[in-house]
Design a binder for this molecule. Structure first.
Ligand code: NAD
Length: 500
């Protein structure tokens, strides 16, 4: 078994005696757990109130920004070693998008943190009613391997901004990035409040036995269920950022070459290992023919005649995924690509035509550089196809007719939607990002991340005077008192006709 390894709190969790923590039902239940000491140390730091002042949060966020700036080169190198990530793609998806989240947060934090004053009725007119954005406490962030920096540190931005203490657990699959984060990040952040735990499945299972106040998980739907089950034992709220198969409908009226470029970029970026990549195309047989020609030209334009030699095309992150993807190539007909090289874990940018819904590639999330095209008769059939499956993280629709794009939006359900492009909706910090149904639960990005990690505490601070008004609600009760209480507190239906 892989040993539970280093934490940002300085000591390995198993060396920690958890000194100074008070006994409780939860502590008893987790005694002997290798991470109990770490969690309880972070809880003590949170209870001390250290993370609450805005100046503290800003200082930690700025330190996180310095980590991204000063370690940029090392991040690019680590992601290249882990999965041959082209540096353009790594800089854009791991650094720039993460820094956008950071800057958006720093630019708005004082406003987001403010109490939100809300409407009152006549009984509470002298009082103060407001929503306080309270930190949850000690939160756990578990990340996947495909964007090992952004999907770990993006949520961390909001968790710090909201005033929490945080344990982050990077994916063990991307070893070089995991090591870099575990060794370097704790040198930037306050060790009393933020820790990196490196852990495989067995250690993460032990980590999850501890009580957290919030768990933010990004990964597969099957592990999402495990996380939610572990969280349920402590009634811990969760955000689950999961995956699935994202449909991409291409209508007969569109600029085929532009569609091919936008679809190919979304599918082959990060060698297809993107949760929001277009997973399959739905289009008519006529459009399939045109699209295949345009996609073939696009692949040559993007990666040259030998994509394996292109510095702009990545590799599959692990042996298991490589084998799984290779097995999926038997679906439909390979029209573009199809070559593989096990030594490099290379799978060529591939397009499969005439794929049948019952083919193996249509039974699971592809998560690799393979694009199947499933022919459908028309838009209605495409919509029925989408609606008869699990709700995806995103639906894509391409058409030069806005009515078609709007119809697909109107008649389907998914975490997000992007018309006439792929992936680009995640570049906006103003849009919430998250799934629905089996593609996830909850949302983040920009202010949504801050809100995710904040408990919206409902507060009413009453005025101590004017007690005569309160006597109306005290026993002995009378019909007359009830009438006055109703009049003072009732929420009236707008436009309702009152005859009296
Ligand atoms: P995964 O679910 O295998 O692993 C994610 C994390 O969970 C890792 O840190 C891993 O160590 C941990 N983990 C794995 N098994 C565990 C277990 N039994 N108990 C506790 N922890 C466990 O996912 P992955 O292979 O790293 O990533 C690919 C999946 O993630 C795809 O389904 C993809 O769609 C999804 N994903 C979703 C988003 C999103 O934002 N919605 C982003 C990226 C990836």
């Amino acid at each position: 078994m892989q040993q539970p390894s280093g934490s940002g709190a300085g000591k390995a969790p198993e060396d920690d005696d958890g000194g100074g923590r008070k006994g409780s039902v939860d502590d008893d239940a987790t005694s002997g757990n290798p991470y109990a000491g770490l969690v309880s140390r972070l809880r003590a730091a949170w209870l001390s109130g250290k993370t609450r002042p805005m100046e503290y949060r800003v200082a930690q966020l700025e330190a996180l920004g310095r980590f991204l700036d000063e370690k940029k080169q090392e991040i690019l190198e680590a992601t290249k070693l882990d999965m041959g990530k082209p540096s353009f793609e790594a800089e854009f998806s791991e650094i720039i998008l993460c820094k956008n989240e950071l800057h958006e947060t720093l630019n708005n934090l004082s406003r987001w943190m403010k109490d939100e004053h809300v409407g009152k009725n006549s009984v509470t007119r002298w009082d103060s009613a407001f929503i306080r954005k309270d930190p949850y406490g000690v939160v756990l962030i578990i990340a996947p391997w495909n964007y090992p920096v952004n999907l770990l540190l993006g949520p961390l931005v909001g968790a710090i901004a909201a005033g929490n203490c945080v344990i982050i657990k990077p994916s063990e699959m991307t070893k070089n990035t995991e090591r870099l984060v575990a060794e370097a990040l704790p040198r930037y952040l306050d060790k009393d409040c933020f820790a990196v735990v490196t852990a495989g499945v067995q250690e993460t299972t032990r980590l999850l036995e501890n009580k957290f106040d919030y768990i933010f998980f990004t990964g597969s739907p099957s592990v999402g269920r495990i996380i939610m089950t572990a969280a349920a034992k402590h009634l811990t709220p969760v955000t689950l950022e999961l995956g699935g198969k994202n449909p991409c409908y291409v209508s007969d009226t569109c600029d085929v070459q532009n569609v091919a470029r936008r679809v190919a970029w979304g599918r082959f970026f990060n060698a297809g290992q993107t949760c929001i990549a277009p997973d399959y195309v739905l289009c008519s047989l006529e459009m399939q023919e045109k699209l295949l020609l345009a996609l073939s030209k696009t692949v040559a334009d993007f990666y040259g005649s030998s994509p394996q030699k292109s510095p702009d095309f990545g590799r599959i992150a692990g042996e298991k995924h490589f084998q799984r993807l290779q097995d999926l190539l038997c679906s439909g007909q390979v029209v573009i690509g199809g070559e593989t090289d096990e030594k490099e874990r290379y799978i060529a940018p591939t397009v499969l035509a005439d794929v049948h819904p019952s083919d193996p590639i249509m039974q699971e999330e592809i998560f690799g550089p393979i694009l199947p095209i499933v022919p459908v008769a028309n838009m209605d059939e495409a919509i029925d196809f989408i609606n008869s499956r699990e709700r995806p993280l995103v639906v894509y629709a391409f058409s030069s007719n806005d009515k078609v794009v709007n119809q697909v939006l109107e008649r389907t359900s998914s975490g997000g939607f992007c018309g006439n492009d792929t992936l680009m909706h995640v570049t906006l910090t103003s849009l919430p990002f998250g799934g629905i149904g089996s593609s996830g639960l909850g949302m983040y990005h920009g202010k949504f991340t801050f809100d995710t990690f904040s408990h919206h505490r409902a507060c009413l601070h009453r005025y101590m005077g004017r007690e005569t008004f309160n006597t109306l609600r005290y026993p002995p009760y009378t019909q007359q008192k009830l009438g006055m209480v109703r009049a003072a507190s009732e929420v009236k239906r707008k436009g309702a006709c009152t005859l009296l």
